[in-house]
Design a protein around this ligand. Structure first.
Ligand SMILES: Nc1ncnc2c1ncn2[C@@H]1O[C@H](COP(=O)(O)OP(=O)(O)OP(=O)(O)O)[C@@H](O)[C@H]1O
Ligand SMILES: [Zn+2]
Length: 660
């Protein structure tokens, strides 16, 4: 009697066996209903064998093998297996998280008619610049697997390179996977892809889609009916029978990293997938991640450069620093920026004031007794939101009413300290009463619909001044925008996190890149108290390679990634002592002594030591080579799983952590 080996969505590193009379190897890759505990579960058939590991009479029979879909292909299993091994995540969990919710449900999946794709009049593509043509040819002539970094300054026409490569791939009858960081921030890209290829089925895959739509799109991709899949990180797992090309836009963006559940990098997995399936992959960015940049300096990735803006009339904006040390600022804004905005208003052009902090003020405080609005669940302050008069924790979501007086001493005169986008918006409105000001942050734009409406208003010229967070920094093309003012950048300059400079530089380059993308010249003013800082010098020179070289040198000297390979073990529990004690046990587990190339640091409380009533601690693991780390992790993980842990303690391992 055939035995099925089934992967189930459970935090266990093993498969489960079931009897199945009619099964054959043709069922490998099919979903299966199996009894589990007192209920049933949906799993995936990974193998069909004659002799299982368990005696046949102890096995339960599978309830039904589902054949509404063709079996999942080998390459899907290969990618999931890689991810499972590399990230130390249970194979069943990896497989199941890659499927749309509807396919994991016990109830029969409901089918709905597909929405007809809206045909838009195709735009005539522009004549390519020489640099664009060179980049396209380089990818086109490379057969089989090849990895390329498209390093193109903001507005250099990276999208046009993607579109031409897509066109070429479609002409060969193959499918394209285009990954973007956050789909609701990129409706412009989606619209451009759809309008360029009106004859082809373009499907989106991201978490904001309704369940039914997501399943429908996933099925279209899997059946081959969809030619182009435009998705966020989870889409990297989508099975595509004729995959011919993978594109990653804004490859430096941290949102390619999944930060909970299975913690994986979709960008890194995409490269693995391209190699497994022998297809080319192109990673695009004006500010590549330092890992990618290092790969492109070596022989792993080919480096393709776009130095100039694509629009022949457009030039890179002039970046200037405003030294605020001896200046009187009003609400944090310098006179230089105020008069630059006034000029734009007079000329009918748009300005953007960038401040990466939403809310009215980061904290409310009492000057009499020293009370500050703190979250009682987290090691964090409650942010003042005056728009709806709430105090809000940006970490756990806790909300409170704004008190009229100090809760400790009764003082009526409590103040907001510092400023966020709401406060800057309010002040600018007072300074420029006739200007139309739009604030763009997660509070004013919560859904994709709202975001599209907001973009329409900006494009329609309904805004003179935009005030916003990094939502405004990414990939947008606003032709009338000629001024970008940056506030509050200094706070990231001396942050404890050694990745902070990389992130700050990318963010400022990206937001600066919004200015002057058409004929109108652009200007960027960055307010700072540290005008001599090398990061700003590189920014003024718009010298990413220089900045990257400096950072990589520092990292090499300090032994940080990409010159070291890291993983982190984190534990959280109601009491810090429990979390620390658990990690202390992990440090002395037997595999540690046997892997001399791997170094374990002392357990420490996390930078944000308390989140939603849980105390958090972590233990950093480091090795000089990836294979050394990868050899250690599975043995260590297995040993950790055997540790006795206090109730309510939870732990996880993260490989290649971005935040420590
Ligand atoms: N070959 C070309 N000739 C003229 N204009 C072009 C050409 N290629 C692209 N453009 C135009 O240049 C502008 C910038 O292009 P695009 O948005 O693709 O830049 P990008 O490199 O993706 O920028 P960012 O990194 O800032 O998102 C767009 O308006 C686009 O239509
Ligand atoms: Zn909180």
């Amino acid at each position: 009697m055939p035995v099925l080996r089934v992967a189930l969505d459970l935090p266990l590193h093993r498969l489960f066996e079931y009897r199945a009379e009619q099964a054959s190897v043709a069922d490998i890759g099919r979903r299966v209903r199996v009894p589990f505990g007192r209920g049933e579960k949906i799993g995936i058939v990974v193998a069909v064998v004659e002799q299982g590991e368990w005696p046949l009479e102890q096995l339960k029979a599978a309830t039904a093998i589902l054949d509404d879909l063709p079996p999942l292909p080998d390459d899907f299993f290969a990618l999931c297996e890689f991810a499972s091994n590399y990230y130390q995540a249970p194979f069943g969990e990896v497989l199941m998280q890659a499927l749309p919710v509807g396919l994991k449900r016990l109830a029969a999946p409901q089918r709905r008619a597909g929405r007809a794709v809206k045909a838009v009049a195709p735009l005539a593509p522009p004549a390519l610049t020489a640099e664009q043509a060179t980049a396209i040819n380089a990818v086109a002539i490379a057969g089989g697997f090849s990895a390329h970094l498209l390093f193109g300054v903001t507005g250099s026409g990276k999208t046009e390179v993607y579109l031409r490569l897509i066109e070429r791939t479609l002409a060969l009858g193959e499918q394209v996977l285009l990954l973007v960081p956050e789909i609701n921030l990129t409706p412009q890209l989606e619209a451009r892809v759809r309008s360029r290829f009106p004859e082809h089925n373009v499907v989106a895959l991201h978490s904001e889609l309704a369940e039914a739509a997501r399943e429908r799109n996933w099925r279209a991709a899997f059946s081959g009916a969809a030619a182009i899949v435009l998705g966020t990180r989870l889409a990297v797992f989508t099975p595509l029978p004729r995959l011919g090309l993978i594109l990653i836009d804004e490859e430096h963006d941290p949102s390619f990293k999944q930060q909970d559940g299975m913690r994986y990098s979709a960008r890194d997995l995409a490269v693995v997938r391209a190699r497994q399936q022998a297809v080319p992959i192109l990673l695009g960015s004006a500010t590549p991640s330092l890992e990618t940049w290092a790969n492109a300096q070596g022989s792993r990735y080919a480096l393709l450069t776009l130095r100039e803006r694509a629009n022949p009339q457009a030039r890179l904006p002039a970046v200037r620093l405003v030294d605020t040390r001896r200046m009187v600022l009003r609400e944090g804004v310098s006179e230089a920026l105020v008069s630059a905005i006034r000029q734009r208003l007079e000329r009918g052009e748009q300005s953007l004031v960038f401040l990466n902090r939403r809310g009215y003020a980061p904290v409310l405080a009492c000057p009499a007794c020293g009370w500050v609005s703190r979250c009682h669940r987290c090691a964090a302050n409650l942010v003042l939101h005056l728009a709806d008069r709430r105090l809000r924790c940006h970490h756990c979501g806790l909300e409170e009413r704004v008190p009229r007086a100090c809760p400790t001493c009764g003082n009526q005169d409590i103040h907001p300290f510092g400023r966020g986008t709401q406060r800057v918006e309010e002040w600018l409105q007072g300074e420029f009463p006739d200007a139309r000001i739009l604030r763009v942050d997660r509070d004013s734009v919560k859904s994709r619909k709202q975001w599209e409406a907001m973009l329409d208003r900006i494009h329609g010229g309904e805004a003179d001044i935009l005030v916003g967070t990094q939502m405004l920094a990414k990939g947008h093309d606003f032709p009338k925008l000629t001024l970008v003012g940056v506030l509050g950048a200094d706070s990231a300059l001396y942050a404890a996190d050694w990745r902070a400079p990389e992130r700050l530089f990318a963010q400022l380059m990206q937001v600066a890149g919004r200015a002057g993308r058409a004929e109108l010249e652009g200007e960027v003013l960055i307010q700072t108290q540290y005008p001599e800082h090398p990061l700003f010098a590189a920014l003024v020179a718009q010298d990413y390679p220089g900045f990257a070289a400096g950072q990589l040198k520092e990292r090499e000297q300090a032994g940080f990634p990409p010159y070291a390979f890291q993983a982190v073990l984190r534990a959280e529990a109601p009491a810090m002592a429990d979390a620390m004690a658990f990690l202390a046990q992990a440090v002395v587990l037997p595999p540690v002594a046997e892997h001399e190339q791997v170094m374990l640091y002392d357990p420490v409380p996390m930078r944000m030591a308390r989140l939603a009533n849980l105390e958090r601690a972590q233990l950093l693991v480091e090795a000089g080579s990836r294979p050394a780390l990868q050899a250690f992790l599975p043995r260590w993980r297995a040993a950790i799983e055997q540790l006795k842990q206090p109730a309510r303690l939870r732990w996880h391992l993260e490989v290649d952590p971005l935040e420590l």
